[in-house]
Write a protein that binds this ligand. Structure first.
Ligand code: RP5
Ligand code: MG
Ligand code: MG
Length: 281
């Protein structure tokens, strides 16, 4: 695995006051590397402290008795990768130091589980379009622009308590890339019927930690990324109308290549998909 870097920027993302991260040099990311004066700022965003339904209480709260490294009621507190340590009562990011403690903008202590639907098709005009240099066919994926950072990304989202990952994958795609939240009940049903079969044919391409800019020493993103590929030119993915919705402000079919610059570690997931289909990268 690549060392996390996007969660080591100078400032914590999307804060009104400037919230700085302690600088963590590459060779001090691992907890086993000694860093004697490491004393990162504790930061949990005001909207998380306000206690929305999706967020945990503060660790000091006496009623809060989380089951770490376990399925805790309908909340999955297991990492996809390995069991994480609890140090002085706080779960510790197993990918190392991030320069900030607390939860930042994440709701859960420890792993925050998401799902990422990577919806692909071949680029076609009359026939498949091959790339000038590699001669390999060009793959496209449904790419959204995040409202929070303006970066382009996979239309992923958080797994709701008790929700199946397969449900999250299809739900988030419909919310962010089709704007189903603003559809009538009837339209919603039609869209779901259209997509149901397509979303049954997914293949897992990644499961684990995400190098998300919101990660902290005590809270981090993990995901399950699935590829849903449209293999037929007559398939529904060639006629589907894309509309950005919810936390997406734009959506498009993006040609896949190594030139891509995407949110968090999404580029790594897209590369895996390109390799799987032997597409241009
Ligand atoms: C990333 O954040 C995941 O890979 C997923 O795409 C996304 C989930 O967070 P929200 O889009 O709900 O903010 O780490
Ligand atoms: Mg969403
Ligand atoms: Mg999202």
């Amino acid at each position: 695995v690549r060392m996390h870097i996007k969660c080591r920027g100078s400032f914590y993302p999307r804060t009104n006051e400037k919230v700085t991260r302690t600088e963590v040099p590459d060779d001090k990311v691992e907890w086993s590397a000694s860093f004697h004066d490491y004393a990162p700022r504790q930061y949990t965003a005001p909207h998380i402290l306000a206690g929305p339904e999706y967020a945990d209480p503060d660790i000091s709260c006496p009623e809060f008795k989380p089951l770490w490294n376990a399925v805790d009621g309908n909340i999955n507190r297991c990492s996809h990768e390995e069991s994480y340590n609890i140090v002085d009562g706080y779960p510790r990011n197993m990918h190392g130091r991030t320069g900030i403690a607390g939860r930042g903008a994440l709701g859960r202590w420890g792993p925050n589980h998401a799902a990422d639907p990577i919806v692909t098709r071949w680029k076609i005009y009359d026939n498949e379009v091959a790339h000038g240099e590699t001669g390999k066919p060009i793959l496209q994926f449904v790419c959204i622009q995040r409202r929070d950072s303006g970066e382009w990304a996979i239309p992923g989202g958080m797994v709701d308590p008790g929700e199946r990952v397969s449900t999250t994958l299809m739900r988030e795609f419909q919310e962010e890339a089709l704007n189903c939240l603003e559809m009538t009940h009837e339209q919603k049903k039609q869209t779901e019927d259209k997509l149901k079969n397509f979303f049954q044919g997914g293949e897992e391409v990644y499961r684990g930690y995400v190098d998300d800019p919101r990660n902290t020493d005590n809270a981090w993103m993990e995901t399950v990324a699935y590829n849903f590929h449209e293999s037929s030119q007559d398939g529904i993915l060639y006629s589907l109308q894309l509309h950005a919705g919810d936390d997406a402000q734009a959506v498009k079919w993006q040609d896949i290549s190594s030139q891509l610059n995407l949110y968090a570690s999404h580029r790594d997931f897209i590369q895996k998909v390109a390799e799987k289909h032997n597409a241009h990268w």
